[in-house]
Design a protein around this ligand. Structure first.
Ligand code: 5GP
Length: 227
């Protein structure tokens, strides 16, 4: 697999822009593994009929209930590499040893439905999308505490213990990148967090803007175990 620097993501073509003919907006939602991001996004999708999630490609093996084309497009490494080299991804990254990417065609398909689109991706992908499309709206989801994060990673039980420990360590690294996001949302009470995400999507959440909020600063210090 080539390094990122060899295949830089190119800017979006006009038809892919959130402000193009469809008027749809592009949201990026990132979080450490175990922050409850997917549940939040799924809950908000039920409330907002004009919202779609862009289905990513990955080289990870499907989990038991996952179906290709629904949670992800599952592909092997050689197909992923071919897509990278052909410039088919808006962004891509290696996460937990697997490759993940947002294909331009999946994004176009979502915009073609005259909807706003969410990319549920990691911070590395968010960085690339921010460069390609500075008018995207970025949201980072934080777990309410370090203990809750560990508990959620354990509770999922779809991964082996070693994998969970690795994800916990990587989650801490991910959390440092919350500072780069326009909105930071704390998933302490599920329904309230869904309300908060919905307000962000509607542009009605100036109170959730910026990682400098005292509640976020305090939580970040705990999550990162800062003195
Ligand atoms: P999981 O394997 O648990 O579904 O996802 C692992 C991580 O990969 C999550 O942080 C998820 O947000 C991230 N991810 C999923 N799809 C993409 C993608 O298309 N691009 C990037 N950069 N990250 C992704």
């Amino acid at each position: 697999m080539p390094a990122h620097s060899q295949v830089p993501p190119r800017a979006l073509a006009d038809a892919e822009r959130s402000n193009a003919a469809t008027g749809g907006r592009l949201f990026v939602v990132a979080a450490p593994s175990g922050a409850g991001k997917t549940s939040l996004v799924n809950a908000v999708l039920e409330r907002e009929p004009r919202l779609r999630v862009c289905v990513s490609h990955t080289t990870r093996k499907p989990r038991r209930q996952e179906r290709s084309g629904r949670e992800y497009h599952f592909v092997d490494e050689s197909e992923f590499q071919r897509m990278v080299e052909a410039g088919e991804f808006l962004e891509w990254a290696q996460v937990f040893g697997n490759y993940y990417g947002t294909s331009r065609s999946a994004l176009q398909a979502a915009f073609a439905e005259q909807c706003d689109v969410i990319l549920e991706i990691d911070w590395q992908g968010a960085e690339q999308v921010r460069t390609a499309q500075p008018d995207c709206i970025t949201v980072f989801v934080l777990p309410p505490s370090r203990a809750a994060l560990a508990e959620r990673l354990r509770g999922r039980r779809t991964e082996a213990d070693a994998e969970i420990a690795r994800r916990l360590a990587e989650a801490i690294v991910d959390i440092e990148h919350a500072r780069e996001f326009e909105y930071v949302l704390i998933n302490d009470q599920f329904e309230r967090a869904v309300d908060d995400l919905q307000r962000i999507l509607r542009g009605e959440a100036p109170d959730l803007g910026g990682p400098q909020r005292p509640a976020v600063q305090k939580l970040m210090a705990e999550l990162l175990e800062l003195p």
